[in-house]
Ligand binder design. Structure first.
Ligand code: 6PG
Length: 244
């Protein structure tokens, strides 16, 4: 079944929708112990969202203390490296908001990939409770999609797509060879809510193939994101759709 999608006239409008949803979610929590676990997407698209959230309109209205931030994937680079997903989030959001350090659960890209995957799995186990069959259940996973249909660092044809018994794994970018740490598909598909945020004409072809379920669409890892008991939605700007 074609996943539900919403189309926005611009990436900025898309970001406003997500910022409003995050504000509502954080304010919906009443008791002290409630907290929300969110896995942020990497790449460049979320930058618009992070920059908006850092504005007083959202910075001062969202209950950051209720949010525990994770990442769907990370490049195996130090946090101050220009390609670090955490580094981009820190520069555009984290250093502008009042969020406890203990609520930020970055993937340690500076250590060896196997050690980083092991450490991140431990952090997730300790902070993201399972609700059934022992798989940690994130409240919300934000994802992007690459032109090749990858999501997080789950790349087409990768062995990592077949992993069923791990929380995260070491992946390798098929072009650059760069090592990455990624959530596995079972963890993504156990989330309560998964939202793709996709913008730009370069994604038009892959988005169309996935949303129209063209022949062979299921080879794309992004098409394999289908929460077992959760909400899935694709948020797109017009440039990413075939709407003129
Ligand atoms: C990463 C991401 C990756 C990203 C897509 C889209 O670490 O690169 O997690 O899955 O979401 O490649 O990236 P853009 O937003 O830069 O197009």
């Amino acid at each position: 079944m074609t996943p539900p999608c919403k189309i926005y006239s611009s990436p900025e409008d898309l970001a406003v929708h997500l910022a409003e949803e995050l504000k509502r979610l954080s304010n919906s929590l009443t008791t002290y112990e409630d907290k929300i676990s969110i896995a942020l997407s990497g790449g460049s698209t979320p930058k618009i969202l992070f920059q908006l959230l850092a504005q007083p309109l959202y910075r001062d209205k969202i209950k950051w203390k209720k949010l525990h931030l994770f990442w769907g994937d990370e490049r195996c680079v130090p946090p101050d490296h220009p390609e670090s997903n955490y580094g981009m989030t820190r520069e555009n959001l984290l250093q502008h908001i009042e969020i406890p350090e203990s609520n930020i659960h970055r993937i340690r890209g500076e250590i060896t990939p196997d050690a980083a995957a092991k450490a991140y799995s431990k952090v997730i186990r300790e902070n993201v409770p399972p609700e059934r069959d022992e798989i940690p259940r994130f409240d919300w996973v934000l994802l992007g999609v690459g032109e090749d249909g990858h999501t997080a660092s789950l790349f087409p044809g990768s062995e990592v797509l077949r992993i069923k018994d791990k929380i995260c794994a070491v992946a390798i970018h098929p072009v650059s060879g760069q090592k990455r740490i990624t959530l596995t598909l079972p963890v993504i598909n156990h989330a309560k809510k998964v939202t793709f945020l996709v913008a730009g004409e370069s994604k038009r072809k892959v988005v169309s193939e996935i949303l129209h379920q063209s022949e062979g669409f299921n080879k794309y890892p992004a098409a394999q994101v289908n929460p077992v008991q959760g909400e899935l939605i694709w948020l797109l700007d017009k440039a990413a759709c075939k709407i003129s």
